[in-house]
Design a binder for this molecule. Structure first.
Ligand code: ADP
Ligand code: MG
Length: 613
């Protein structure tokens, strides 16, 4: 029998690599722009036609390539950036696998024009599906000009896999932002279907951030940014964080490490926790944070499409980052005082002199009653056995301990005596509200404190999730339909989400290009904040793929529940408190909110006795 193992032809090997590196038009944008930056360009133009389907072109004024390099650059593992494995660990340039151009040329039609300063004539190359069709000398500007046409022309499956034009364009723009935000010293231009959509002159970082984002939001970003800076042995941190009073739903949040965009939920928490109690539920601070760290202390980002990066000492970085942000908020006199009270803070924010304050808007209808039995789905009437509930509560508490760590939530959690039980029937069942925030009630083993907003958040989350799973949606008509204005990205996301939103009770009509009216909302939701609810849904589900049905549904329910839950600061009647607690204990996990915050704490009798010792 003859041997059966073959070497794959280069074109096939390249296509396989392309499957990893080039997932969508935005990946091409990223690779080409990074190459231009590595080539020392001071001007980079990005030209997109039909969301990259017909054309992705990057023109730079960088160092260009010789004839041989131009030809070589399309070979697999061709790179001028590393020579040996040891280089991998000290790399600060952008790409380094030498795979991008080879991959792109294997799944598209590519034309390259390139010339070095010292050469009189440049090189023109035409490659498609890894085959070179043309190579000739050409008169061209200094630098490199690469046009990628008909992406995935020979991989129909990939082509079909692409999302709508609008989604792909959103990915391209996001990729563009991630790059321009680390290189204010470079001039960038973005052309979309022949219109110049973004022109960014060379500037400093602050102005770059403003130039990129002022266009996107009505609230100008100019006065929002506070500079941060911290130098330590582990890393240097620079950048800007937004003033708390400018926190909003669609905040811009960016981390970069050694000039590369990174996603890092754990560090994100370090930043947002520094804002704790300074901003309202559901609002987010903007930040643009740049880490400069010895590359040996982070995991080399071998995979070019990954944006997650591992740090050797994440805890130390977390602490430094958290302290740095907190300090700057304090310096600008916006950190809470020691005896901080959330309610007062929200009413009377302490601002730096001269800060412009915009009229606070409230989206909540004060007469809204979340306990209305007509709108809240019926809860199963259970035989109310506090003993059992409490035992469940304590064992649940143990179970969720691990989960709690994941969320990195720092919450004081009173030790709960597992031996005692929660027997309300023995003594008078009284509910008492503290600071319009906590419900206090007596149980056999002491005093139980329940955070009213968090408790209701959990209750609604569980109820709505169950309801939408059984698809028994109900809609309510809006008497005075409100109009929502969206920017391009938001509009496109909304159009994609529409069928799903209609499934849960929204009625939304497109009015003009970018405006929509909301004629109906899910029955459980208060009509008065429909616009802000919808905006939250659009923004907060941005990263979730449409076909991830379950995750998407859960996220939407999460937002609905969080927004509809009674706020702190509302006075509750005895009946309301009793009902809330009853409903809370029906939830499987009544100790933590869906985002991992503590709902219940217990002050034991022992502790109370000690107070009187
Ligand atoms: P990598 O960037 O990982 O080295 P690429 O396939 O992206 O691999 O590029 C291969 C090589 O082609 C680069 O190492 C570089 O020498 C050259 N090159 C690519 N793009 C440019 C450009 N815009 N200007 C100058 N040289 C470039
Ligand atoms: Mg590269």
């Amino acid at each position: 029998m003859s041997d059966i193992i073959n070497l794959l032809p280069d074109s096939v090997a390249n296509q396989i690599a392309a499957g990893e590196v080039i997932q969508r038009p935005a990946s091409v944008v990223k690779e080409l722009m990074e190459n231009s930056i590595d080539a020392g360009a001071t001007l980079i133009k990005l030209i997109i036609k039909e969301s990259g389907n017909t054309l992705i072109q990057v023109i730079d004024n960088g160092k260009g390539m010789s004839i041989t390099d131009a030809r070589m650059s399309f070979e697999r593992h061709a790179t001028s950036k590393i020579k040996g494995a040891e280089d991998l660990f000290s790399l600060r340039t952008m790409g380094f696998r030498g795979e991008a151009l080879a991959s792109i040329a294997s799944v598209a039609q590519v034309e390259m024009r390139t010339r070095r300063e010292e050469d009189e004539l440049g090189t023109f190359l035409e490659i498609a599906g890894s085959k070179v069709f043309k190579q000739e000398p050409i008169q061209t500007n200094k630098g490199t000009n690469i046009a990628v046409k008909s992406l995935f022309f020979n991989v129909p499956a990939r082509r079909r896999f692409l999302k709508s034009r609008t989604t792909e364009m959103m990915h391209i723009r996001n990729e563009f932002y991630r790059i321009v935000l680390v290189h204010p010293e470079i001039q960038f231009e973005l052309f979309e279907d022949d219109n110049e959509t973004i022109l960014l002159n060379e500037s400093n970082l602050k102005i770059r951030i403003e130039n990129v984002f002022n266009r996107l939001s009505k609230r100008k970003i100019d006065q929002q940014l506070l500079p941060i800076k911290n130098e330590s042995q582990i890393l240097n941190i620079t950048g800007f964080v937004g003033r708390p009073e400018f926190a909003q739903k669609n905040a811009q949040q960016y981390f970069f490490v050694n000039n590369r965009y990174m996603r890092h939920p754990y560090f994100h928490k370090a930043v947002t926790m520094a804002y704790e109690n300074l901003i309202k539920y559901g609002e987010n601070p903007s930040y643009f944070i740049y880490f400069d760290i010895n590359p040996e202390l982070i995991d080399v980002n071998i995979h070019p499409t990954k944006t997650e990066i591992k740090f050797e000492d994440e805890r130390a970085v977390w602490t430094i980052l958290h302290a740095t942000v907190k300090e700057v908020l304090g310096k600008f006199q916006i950190a809470p005082s020691l005896d901080f009270d959330r309610e007062e803070m929200l009413d009377i924010p302490v601002l730096k002199q001269g800060t412009q304050i915009s009229q606070p808007k409230t989206n909540f209808n004060p007469s809204y009653n979340p306990f209305k039995s007509t709108t809240t789905p019926k809860t199963q009437k259970v035989d109310f056995n506090w003993d059992k509930l409490y035992n469940d509560f304590t064992s649940e508490n143990k179970q969720t301990e691990e989960r709690q760590l994941d969320f990195q939530t720092i919450e004081s959690n009173t030790d709960i005596d597992t031996q005692t039980n929660l027997d309300l029937s023995e003594e008078r069942k009284d509910f008492f509200q503290l600071k319009k925030t906590y419900i206090i009630t007596n149980v056999k083993s002491g005093l139980m404190l329940i955070h009213q907003h968090r408790a209701h958040f959990r209750v609604l989350f569980d109820q709505l999730l169950q309801k939408y799973s059984s698809s028994e949606k109900t809609s309510q008509q809006v008497l005075f339909p409100e109009t929502i204005e969206l920017n391009v990205n938001e509009r496109e996301r909304l159009l994609e989400l529409l069928p799903k939103l209609e499934n849960i009770g929204f009625e939304i009509k497109r009015e003009t290009e970018n405006s929509f009216t909301i004629n109906g909302v899910p029955a459980e939701f208060e009509v008065s904040s429909a616009v802000s609810l919808l905006r939250d849904i659009i923004l907060e589900t941005e990263e979730i793929e449409l076909d991830a049905e379950e995750i998407l549904k859960e996220k939407i329910v999460y937002i609905l529940a969080k927004k509809s839950a009674i706020e702190t600061g509302r006075i509750l009647t005895n009946e309301e408190m009793s009902k809330l607690i009853e409903e809370l204990f029906i939830c499987k996990n009544h100790t933590y909110t869906p985002d991992g915050k503590t709902i219940i704490s217990l002050i034991g009798v022992n502790e109370i006795t000690r107070l009187f010792a």
